[in-house]
Design a protein around this ligand. Structure first.
Ligand code: COA
Length: 389
């Protein structure tokens, strides 16, 4: 029986900082960001937006289109958790009005959390084909101001409905898997900004790709030429080009610019202008590919590389279903990205340094531009979410 992605929807903040503005403030050549790391803009969440509002905003179009019946799992992958105990997905469950007969869990392994949720969902649907799962990756990438990671910040969420006989992508069962106990990127409980050894992390990302790709090709008997499109975890888009060159080289191929444009670059369009969204980022790439590839991808195989620092990596693939385009929310995504507000450097720093109240008092948050849901305030250490007006 086929199982996979039946619907996919992306949401990101309505605010962004252009990396030219960051470059000017930090005394850096903008080409380092635009060309060197392949990023143009980073999405910045306003104070009344967090992973819960982004996750619910990503999932709402799916619920409106498909209803709530038989959703028996909500798995939310994130490393920007809002509570040490309660799963953030429970707030999303409430905002979306999902049935009580639904398992709700939070998946954490840095940027791998979304894939962990996807694999759990696929297993559940295989065992019970009448059930459906909502898998969401949602994150806010934050590094210290002025640090090398700063230009690779961003935020976003991707929601996917996982079903039997999916209408967008059947996920194939084979996978290369790699785990190792390392410190390339981490965020201790007492910090709200991640720490990263960026150069080391990039090396491990590429080495784990070689390992998982090697396993994948051995298990499946497939090679580089059997993959029609490539999606990668995207801390910044330039890394995907390096990864692509690495895979091509292992097959004795040097891809030219035209080939890269065709097999890779449509998957980078959204990330270039929203930035890293950790657990969501691979799936932002997939959604970008589906929305922006002009050709008919029906019947094509997409290679998927998931990497979470710390680290866990997985290489797997899927086949795009004929007629997939009718299931996409392309117009909605384009409207959202075309209608964002650019921040000044001062506004960006003010949003970044705003402290979340921790005194247990009653606080109401100013209303910024958000999606359909917003974080209205906090009261007795409880977050209050509302429908945005
Ligand atoms: N014009 C064009 N390219 C330029 C440039 C310029 N003026 N200045 C620098 N570059 C290039 C560099 O050559 C380099 O490219 P290369 O890696 O292909 O050699 C790239 O831009 C980055 O420059 P570098 O000096 O290495 O930047 P950095 O020390 O500021 O670090 C990262 C870059 C990506 C390592 C850093 O942003 C980071 O740590 N990001 C977080 C990574 C992450 O999220 N990892 C965890 C999950 S995988």
């Amino acid at each position: 029986m086929k199982t996979g992605i039946d619907r996919i929807s992306f949401y990101s903040s309505r605010y962004y900082l252009d990396l030219k503005t960051l470059a000017e403030a930090r005394g850096t050549d903008p080409a380092k960001y635009y060309t060197g790391i392949g990023q143009e803009k980073m999405a910045i969440p306003p104070p009344d937006e967090d992973i819960v509002t982004m996750a619910a905003s990503a999932a709402l179009p799916i619920i409106e289109a498909e209803g709530r019946d038989n959703i028996e799992l909500l798995a939310l992958g994130t490393e920007s958790g809002i509570d040490q105990s309660k799963a953030a997905g429970l707030f999303v469950h409430g905002l979306l009005g999902l049935p009580a007969r639904c398992r709700v869990v939070e998946m954490k392994e840095a940027c791998y959390g979304g894939t962990a949720g996807l694999q759990m969902a696929l297993a559940m649907v295989q065992r019970n084909p009448g059930s459906k799962a909502l898998v969401i990756g949602a994150d806010i990438a934050r590094y210290d101001l002025g640090s090398p990671g700063e230009a690779t910040q961003g935020c976003g969420a991707v929601a996917m409905l996982i079903t039997a006989n999916p209408r967008i992508m059947t996920v194939e069962p084979e996978a290369g898997i790699f785990s190792d106990d390392i410190m390339d990127f981490w965020r201790p409980n007492y910090r709200s900004q991640a720490l990263v050894d960026g150069k080391y992390s990039t090396r491990v990302y590429l080495n784990a790709l070689a390992d998982t790709w090697g396993q994948y090709t051995t298990i499946t008997g497939r090679g580089y030429g059997d993959i029609d499109r490539f999606c990668y975890h995207l801390p910044f888009t330039r890394i995907a080009e390096k990864a692509q060159e690495r895979l091509a080289k292992s097959a004795g191929i040097k891809p030219d610019d035209e080939t890269l444009e065709q097999v890779l670059r449509r998957s980078l369009v959204y990330n270039r202008i929203t930035g890293n969204s950790y657990a969501a980022s691979l799936y932002v790439g997939l959604n970008s590919l589906l929305d922006n590839d002009d050709g008919d991808l029906g019947g094509k195989r997409v290679g998927m590389y998931s990497y979470g620092s710390g680290c866990v990596a997985e290489y797997f693939s899927g086949i795009i279903e004929p007629g997939y385009r009718e299931q996409l929310f392309t117009g909605r995504h384009r409207d959202m990205l075309d209608d964002r507000t650019e921040l000044t450097f001062r506004q960006y720093e003010d949003m970044f340094t705003l402290n979340f109240p921790t005194d247990g008092g009653e606080h109401t948050f100013a209303q910024y531009r958000t999606g359909p849901f917003r974080l209205a305030g906090v009261e007795q250490h409880k977050r209050i979410y509302k429908r945005a007006e």
